[in-house]
Design a protein around this ligand. Structure first.
Ligand SMILES: Nc1nc2c(ncn2[C@@H]2O[C@H](COP(=O)(O)OP(=O)(O)OP(=O)(O)O)[C@@H](O)[C@H]2O)c(=O)[nH]1
Ligand SMILES: [Mg+2]
Length: 199
């Protein structure tokens, strides 16, 4: 069963479980702090420029967006966490609905956590990572914006991220650029492997 990634469409925005798609398709979700590059990564994986909205102002995505890919799986774009200019109250309500999705959604098969390759993981990133570990679901860590660091810095940046998140050799850490599409094939391979899908 091959996957036609050109047959991808935005399906629905949800703020509560009753608005999630009614379906048994497997879901891959993308989490990370606001502005880390989640929507850009979804677009680059799907060869699209603007399927997932890339916000001009960070912290604006306050809904969970579901993208249907060839009627075989969903990509789920979660709101970014940790945007400083957003009030505590709003941050708490986001955390709540991110949590609701992650904990309740049985079709969720893979979590892709994004961190910015240029920076050490924040306290929010560490909390999110601990949370993911406690869920015992397959997950990958992607280090975004690889094009923004010089080649010689990539290895040390990855080593720092791995150390700060306590990753070991069995945890996948994939450097990625939505601009140059480096890392794209490897990420697709991992996603398909995890979902038992072919090409
Ligand atoms: N150079 C470079 N810029 C990137 C890359 N990925 C994302 N960006 C830029 O980073 C900014 C944020 O990207 P988004 O994809 O909107 O980030 P997001 O995580 O979806 O943000 P929220 O929806 O606010 O949570 C945009 O200006 C993007 O163009 C990348 O790989 N390389
Ligand atoms: Mg976004």
């Amino acid at each position: 069963m091959s996957l036609n990634i050109n047959n991808a469409k935005f399906e629905v925005s949800a703020v509560k479980p009753s608005q999630y798609p009614v379906s048994d398709l497997p879901e891959v979700t993308f989490v990370g702090r606001s502005n880390v590059g989640k929507s850009s990564l979804i677009n680059s994986l799907l060869n699209r420029k603007n399927l997932a909205k890339v916000a001009a102002t960070p912290g604006k995505t306050q809904v969970i967006n579901f993208y249907n890919i060839d009627n075989k799986l969903y990509f789920v774009d979660l709101p970014g966490y940790g945007y400083a200019k957003v009030s505590k109250g709003v941050q708490a309500s986001w955390a709540k609905f991110i949590e609701t999705y992650l904990v309740k959604r049985e079709q969720l098969k893979l979590i892709v956590m994004l961190v910015d390759i240029r920076h050490s993981p924040t306290s929010h990133d560490k909390l999110m990572h601990d949370w993911i570990l406690s869920m015992e679901l397959p997950y990958l860590v992607v280090a975004t914006k690889k094009d923004k660091v010089p080649r010689s810095k990539i290895k040390p940046r990855l080593a720092d991220i791995a150390k700060e998140l306590n990753l070991d050799a069995s945890n996948k850490l994939i450097p990625y650029s939505s601009e140059t599409r480096q890392g794209r094939d490897e990420l697709w391979d991992e996603i398909k492997k995890c979902l038992d899908m072919e090409g």
